[in-house]
Design a protein around this ligand. Structure first.
Ligand SMILES: NC(=O)c1ccc[n+]([C@@H]2O[C@H](COP(=O)([O-])OP(=O)(O)OC[C@H]3O[C@@H](n4cnc5c(N)ncnc54)[C@H](OP(=O)(O)O)[C@@H]3O)[C@@H](O)[C@H]2O)c1
Length: 179
């Protein structure tokens, strides 16, 4: 399972329920990394999606204690997509260990933890890979952060993309794996 996020120099990820940066080319990267797979997110991040709805072309699993728990299957163009609401992390993890019979991809690397802060923090111990879009900027007044993992010797950089400049911001994509 991987975590995917856009972070600033201080690992800030959000403010007032929204993302910090508008980077259309990075959205394309996010799409390529997650399309066809499973995305896991917190209720607040789901609410920040367009229309507060799950992104198309992914199985979406949400952690929430306020939403109705359950599993729903939607069919679109002959493909089945899951939408699940889980009330705690062990319940979600049990579910992910049971791919048989569920229309989930068999490849566990195609499960992406997509935020926000509460969910990254709780699910980082289950992740073997981080895919971070690292923006060379310091956002002001951010109120959500990716957990501080850089002092943890367990993580090493496995690849580093070239710098990309867009909307006056420069970022590069780094992938990390657990040693
Ligand atoms: N930069 C990025 O890549 C990125 C990615 C994603 C999000 N973000 C940003 O992150 C911010 C949101 O982060 P956040 O930490 O405030 O919210 P969040 O993690 O998206 O969602 C928090 C909610 O998840 C539910 N939850 C948390 N732990 C749970 C558990 N153990 N069991 C069941 N439900 C649980 C609760 O929902 P209920 O209240 O319904 O119980 C909680 O209120 C926004 O600014 C967003 O834009 C940034």
């Amino acid at each position: 399972m991987k975590a995917i996020a856009v972070v600033d120099k201080n690992l800030a990820i959000g403010k007032d329920g929204a993302l910090l940066f508008r980077l259309p080319s990075d959205l394309a990267h996010f799409k390529a990394e997650t399309l066809g797979g499973v995305v896991i997110m917190g209720r607040k991040t789901l609410e920040s999606m367009p229309g507060g709805k799950p992104l198309p072309g992914r199985h979406t699993l949400v952690l929430s204690r306020s939403m109705e728990p359950g599993l729903w299957v939607r069919e679109k163009k002959g493909k089945k997509w899951l939408f699940g609401v889980f009330t705690d992390v062990p319940e979600l993890m049990d579910f992910l260990d049971l791919p048989q019979g569920a229309p989930l991809p068999a490849d566990p690397r195609n499960i992406a933890v997509c935020g926000g802060e509460q969910i990254y923090t709780q699910l980082l111990p289950y992740c073997s890979e981080l895919v971070l879009t690292e923006v060379d900027a310091e956002a002001e007044d951010a109120d959500a952060h990716f957990p501080e993992f850089r002092n943890d010797a367990a993580w090493r950089v496995t690849s580093e993309g070239r710098p990309v400049t867009e909307n006056g911001l420069t970022y590069r994509i780094r992938r990390y794996a657990r040693k």
